[in-house]
Design a protein around this ligand. Structure first.
Ligand code: FAD
Ligand code: SF4
Ligand code: SF4
Length: 460
């Protein structure tokens, strides 16, 4: 029965006072009854505008109808036709800019909570012990480099079509940013491991601690190991810095390093062998999801945290929900401010961040208003730890070791809409091609490349 409630059913969350002291998941998920109610807010629009906003075209009204009818496993099956990692996407997709942005219920009130429902169906499925059937082998072998969402989506799609797929991952655990970047309190690693477990059950092999460009080159994967095609999903893990004075001081980190220590190496646990710098006053520079994650991690490690961002709240690129959660956890925002120097003591330890105030001018090429420094507006923020969350570029190793692989201005691998690169039989997708983007866009690219590899190997 249709539910006219104008707003989403609230998502239960851990209390902010409580959660800023632990790494447990913040959003706790709908129970069955709330999921059915939220699903009943859907109008089942014939034109399904919500689907337009989903980069992998999940059949949204169909899976929501199944939840409304209490067929949770059926809902999961509909989603998994299009998405290889639904429990992940239901949690971290920027739904407000994608599927939910187009939901007609958003016109008067709030859109249907599509992401929350997707998470519910996926978690329901993961809680069941189901075993899939192994697809019949088709005799072809494909190598996938990188085990982030792009590589995993590509591997899953190929395995379902009967390919023998081996994923080579540089780190000691598979999952890419899902494992080393996005913190436990937003995306529990157990969820990622279970989603990866479903791919292993399809016959996908994962070789960790295998840096392609060092262990084997891309060429050798084909000539020595006999793979007929290679997919490069190596992401964009090379951090950017500002190039300001003091950036080499003790206590200055890239968000990537800081989050990898915390997430992948569990440095926040008492018995962890990996050290982490527990600053007392931490300044995080940047306004994206990465900045929010670094700030909220530092807060959980006991610091007073300030986010320094050069534009205003309106322009903040992070998900609104994440910024709200950060505020609730007691993180300060110093907006319209840009660092010009990291101040140090006599032993090169960071002690503060010198900034200038900014004002917003005309929109730049990105469509956002350009920040302009106000003359004579310098001020200082005390900080014994500064975390730079300014974006990342693709790691150059694969490019450096693969002759003839064309790349673009910032080192992104050049690939067409089907993932074909300048080299025969070598495909690419995800952040390695687009620069840092989103989980679902990386997955979409991995899936499209798998379809393209399938056509290539079948000679179509
Ligand atoms: P990655 O996830 O980066 O995976 C690439 C993998 O390739 C890595 O495991 C890497 O170790 C491996 N690799 C690299 N080079 C080699 C090599 N030479 N040999 C073997 N392996 C190699 N997106 C969202 O949609 N929502 C969010 O909330 C969100 N939050 C984020 C928070 C953080 C902290 C970060 C860093 C990113 C976030 N993103 C978010 C972006 C999203 O995670 C990425 O867009 C996505 O993971 C890209 O997927 P990918 O598979 O292309 O690359
Ligand atoms: Fe929305 Fe992401 Fe799910 Fe697509 S995959 S329906 S964009 S939450
Ligand atoms: Fe349901 Fe909104 Fe999609 Fe309409 S646009 S089918 S209401 S989710």
């Amino acid at each position: 029965m249709y539910d006219p409630r104008p707003t989403k059913y609230p998502m239960p969350v851990q209390d902010p006072e409580e959660r800023r002291r632990n790494f447990g998941e913040v959003a706790l998920g709908y129970d069955r009854e709330t999921a059915v109610r939220e699903a009943s807010r859907c109008l089942h629009c014939k034109a399904h505008p919500c689907m337009e906003g989903c980069p992998v075209s999940v059949r949204i009204p169909d899976f929501i109808a199944k939840i409304a009818a209490g067929d949770f496993e059926g809902a999961y099956e509909v989603i998994s036709e299009s998405s290889s990692l639904p429990a992940v996407c239901g949690r971290v997709c920027p739904q407000e800019k994608q599927c939910e942005k187009f939901c007609v219920r958003g016109g008067r009130g709030e859109p249907v909570g599509i992401g929350r429902l997707e998470r519910f169906a996926a978690d329901f499925h993961l809680a069941q012990e189901t075993e899939g059937e192994l697809p019949a082998p088709n005799g072809h072998r494909v190598a996938v480099v990188g085990s982030g969402p792009a590589g995993l989506a590509c591997a899953g799609e190929l395995a379902r079509r009967g390919y023998e797929v081996t994923v080579f991952e540089a780190l000691h655990e598979a999952g890419g940013v899902l494992i080393y970047g996005i913190p436990e309190f937003r995306l529990p690693k157990e969820i990622v491991r279970r989603e990866i477990g479903r791919l292993l059950a399809l016959g996908v092999k994962i070789e960790t601690d295998s840096v392609i460009g060092r262990l084997y080159t891309v060429e050798e994967l084909k000539t020595e190991l006999g793979f007929e095609a290679v997919f490069l999903g190596t992401g964009a893990g090379l951090p950017r810095f500002m190039g300001i004075r003091g950036e080499n001081a003790n206590g200055v980190f890239s968000a990537n390093e800081y989050l990898t220590r915390a997430n992948l190496m569990k440095a926040y646990e008492e018995d962890s062998e990996t050290p982490i710098y527990r600053g007392r006053q931490v300044a995080v520079v940047g306004g994206g999801n990465v900045a929010m994650d670094a700030a909220r991690t530092a807060r959980r490690l006991g610091a007073e945290v300030t986010i320094v961002y050069r534009r205003g709240m309106e322009e903040l690129p992070a998900r609104r929900e994440e910024a709200e959660h950060a505020k609730e956890e007691g993180i300060a925002f110093r907006l319209l401010a840009n660092p010009v120097e990291i101040l140090t003591d006599g032993e090169n330890n960071a002690v503060g961040l010198k900034c200038v105030e900014m004002e917003l001018g005309q929109p730049d090429a990105s469509g956002r208003r350009r920040p302009i420094a106000k003359e004579g507006s310098e001020f200082t923020i005390a900080a014994d730890c500064v975390i730079m969350a300014l974006g990342t570029s693709p790691n150059p190793l694969v490019k450096m070791t693969t002759e003839g692989l064309a790349t673009r201005a910032h080192g992104e691998i050049a690939a067409d809409g089907e993932g074909r690169t300048s080299l025969e039989g070598v495909f690419a997708g995800g952040d390695a091609v687009s620069g840092s983007a989103t989980v679902i866009l990386a997955m979409g690219a991995g899936k499209r490349a798998a379809e393209s590899i399938d056509r290539y190997l079948k000679g179509a």
